[in-house]
Design a protein around this ligand. Sequence first.
Ligand code: CTP
Length: 362
Amino acid sequence: MGATVTVMMTGAAREFITPLSLQVASQNAVHTSLFQDPLAHIALPAQADVLVIAPATANTIAKLANGIADDILSTVFLAYQGPVVIAPSMNWKMYEHPVVQENLRKLLSLGVMQIGPDCGPLACGEEGKGRLAAVQDIVDAVIAALSPKDLKGQKIVVTAGPTREYMDPVRFISNRSSGKMGFSLAKIARNRGAEVALISGPTALRPPQGVVFRQAHTSDQMFRAVEEESEKGADALIMAAAVADFKPVRQSGVKLEKRGVSTIAVDNTVDIISSISSWKKRPFIIGFAAETGSNIEKAKAKMSGKNMDMIVFNDVTEKDAGFETDTNRVVILDKIGSTSTELMSKDEIACIILDRYMKIKT
Ligand code: CTP
């Protein structure tokens, strides 16, 4: 990511790890005392784009909430005017203590962003809510803190992943969608200040924090969830889900025996985009066309056939693009024209799609 990192350590931090380790890891001088460099508490805040306190102990949280400035970290906090992310970590009983909760509420009301703690085994041997958030979640929170809030006020519904169309309780028709594109869109829209509802089929992904997350296994469940979330006044609906096109005509309540099943009769599933795009007052609709081959004309026809406002086309036969990968290469078509991307991460593709949406909206 290329950030320049300057580490400050409290006395408690130095009991666990040496400054030298963090100096090597950060490739930068480590600040351990208020008096090591008498003007560091003014110079460091002036240079920083974001202040990250991870792990944040109950003691540090209490100091920050009450303006106590008796070490380099708490002093820099007072002299810093940019975004602050804290990742609390402590025993679960300490975390639940009303004093700690009151201190956190105070910090959050001042605009500090909190990530975690997670539930699970704690250093003390107990289990509960107190584990430091996963490193990737802390990095995501830092990126969110640094993102422009140009989608503030926007309500965005995103679908992701495949649907499963059951023929009996153990067998279903589905597809290879991993959900990664939809999850990236939900995360980036949230980072940029949108209110996000993420409706997802079964995936192996962890939902981003700070979004309304709804699971929808079948196309019918996804349709109902999309209707409910869109009715709440959604500005945009982004259908990144690979909704199954067929469902078995009959769904057996018991597992079918293999003898006697030679064909499976199927019906088309409800077309979610077509249904929502027929509403009188409807959200801006962004659909996806995952095709085999560079069939742009087919994507164009899908956009107008389903009355979408934008379609994101990709060729799933290309290497490193489409299903299950972390990268993609797309062509975006809409009423103002089209734009093609290089091969890039799905997070970057999500940024470009949302930029394009904002350009058309405004
Ligand atoms: N879609 C939908 N409801 C369905 C199927 C698809 O809303 N029952 C949405 C998808 O989420 C996607 C877009 O429609 O955003 C295009 O999906 P795709 O399966 O490519 O389109 P189909 O019209 O089903 O075309 P095809 O015959 O190529 O499968």
